[in-house]
Write a protein that binds this ligand. Structure first.
Ligand code: AMP
Length: 374
């Protein structure tokens, strides 16, 4: 295992906010940052030492990133698997390419989660719209059809309440094969972010409870308001998956909690996750610092929650109302990602509030009116 020291260069594939926050953590310790992203001046590009502006599947650009970097990581999973795999042969990519292959395809991901010994919602793989029509009753209604490739923030999925609505799902098959899975009337959504180094040392961050609006993460509440047994079971599931996949780096495991206490795994992300942003202020180590330690071959620090907290996402439509009040909110830690255009529903930043009274804080957030029109 190679240990990478400050002064060396960390290459990051993808220039979004996750890469930016990784870089901010790494720069604190004196690492240099190179980024590969198709846009100039991306959130990470703005603070990187070296910018390579090219598409993610540009093999020469990937090789260039490998050449200028002492270690390469990625900030999102929808990168070119074949390109990443080739890069692992010529550069130091401690996370490998397998994790990307698995998590960029829901069909493969569900099989691997099941093989790790953890439960997912009842589902079927359906290669065509015709097959969906034939097999949807094996799952029953309501159900959700999801494209195998490329979905995020609720894109590439469709809820069906009855056979009458089946045609709504037809266009999903323009993109890829799909899965159809039972609709879960979950009590809560939670996520466990597990981080592991090549020596096999691993830690979970304190578990977050996640509230979505319009399929986009709205709020994370930490610690999740669930029973201690649920916390333990959630951590055990994450550990099973991380060990099975021989994780190096970060894996976010999103779960549904049912009324009877059962947990079902929804999906995996092989990178720092929106539901872990709270850790910058509220944990003894943030998901970004720990990720950098893991990929640089350093020993990991045990994450301890410093204070309960709430994290709220700031989307494009929240920027204007937020800017009116932000200077008068000393408890709100503001993170804006440097995105120029505040498009509707675009993740522009987040706010973290440490608090001993989560329910009061949640009420204050709503009373501020900033998030009322989401
Ligand atoms: P995903 O892209 O799979 O993470 O789905 C985005 C969001 O849609 C999840 O966080 C849930 O809020 C909701 N969702 C996804 N799958 C299901 C399901 N099987 N049952 C109920 N809600 C779901």
């Amino acid at each position: 295992m190679t240990t990478i020291m400050p002064g060396r260069t960390i290459g990051i594939i993808g220039g979004g906010q996750l890469g930016r926050m990784m870089a901010l953590a790494a720069k604190e310790a004196g690492f240099k940052i190179a980024v590969l992203d198709p846009t100039i001046d991306s959130p990470l590009g703005q603070i990187a030492d070296i910018q390579i502006v090219a598409s993610y599947d540009d093999q020469l650009a990937l090789e260039e990133l490998g050449e200028v970097s002492d270690v390469v990581t990625f900030e999102f999973e929808n990168i070119d698997y074949e390109g990443l795999k080739r890069l692992t042969e010529i550069a130091n990519v401690p996370q490998g390419a397998e994790l990307v292959r698995i998590t960029q395809n829901r069909i493969v991901e569900k099989k691997e989660i099941t093989a790790a010994g953890v439960t997912v919602a009842n589902y079927r793989v359906v290669a065509s719209f015709k097959e969906l029509k034939e097999r949807v009753t094996e799952v029953g209604f309501p159900c959700i059809v999801k494209t195998a490739l490329g979905g995020y923030d609720g894109k590439g999925q469709m809820k069906l309440d009855s056979m009458d609505e089946i045609n709504k799902a037809e266009t999903l098959f323009n993109h890829s094969a799909c899965i159809v899975e039972e609709f879960i009337p979950f009590e809560k959504e939670i996520s466990v972010i597990i981080q592991r180094n090549a020596a096999g040392q691993s830690y979970c961050l304190p578990i977050s409870e996640n509230i979505h609006r319009n399929h986009i993460l709205h709020e994370s509440i930490v610690p999740a308001r669930v029973a201690p047994e649920v916390m333990n079971a959630a951590e055990q599931s994450a550990k099973l998956i991380a060990n099975y996949l021989q994780l190096v780096g970060t894996l976010a495991v999103e779960m549904f909690l049912l009324e009877n206490g059962e947990l079902l795994i929804n999906e995996l992300a092989p990178r720092p996750h929106n539901s872990g942003h709270y850790s910058i202020e509220a944990s003894s180590i943030s998901q970004f610092h720990q990720h950098i330690r893991a990929i640089c071959g350093w020993s990991l620090r045990e994450p301890k929650l410093i204070s309960p907290c709430v994290m709220v996402n700031v989307l494009g439509q929240h920027i204007a109302p937020l800017s009116k009040v932000i200077s008068e909110k000393p408890q709100w830690s503001v993170h804006l990602y440097g995105k120029e255009e505040a498009k509707h529903d675009r993740k522009m930043g987040h706010i973290t509030i440490l608090t001993d009274d989560v329910s009061r804080e949640l009420k204050d957030i709503e009373a501020s009116g900033i998030w009322s029109k989401s």
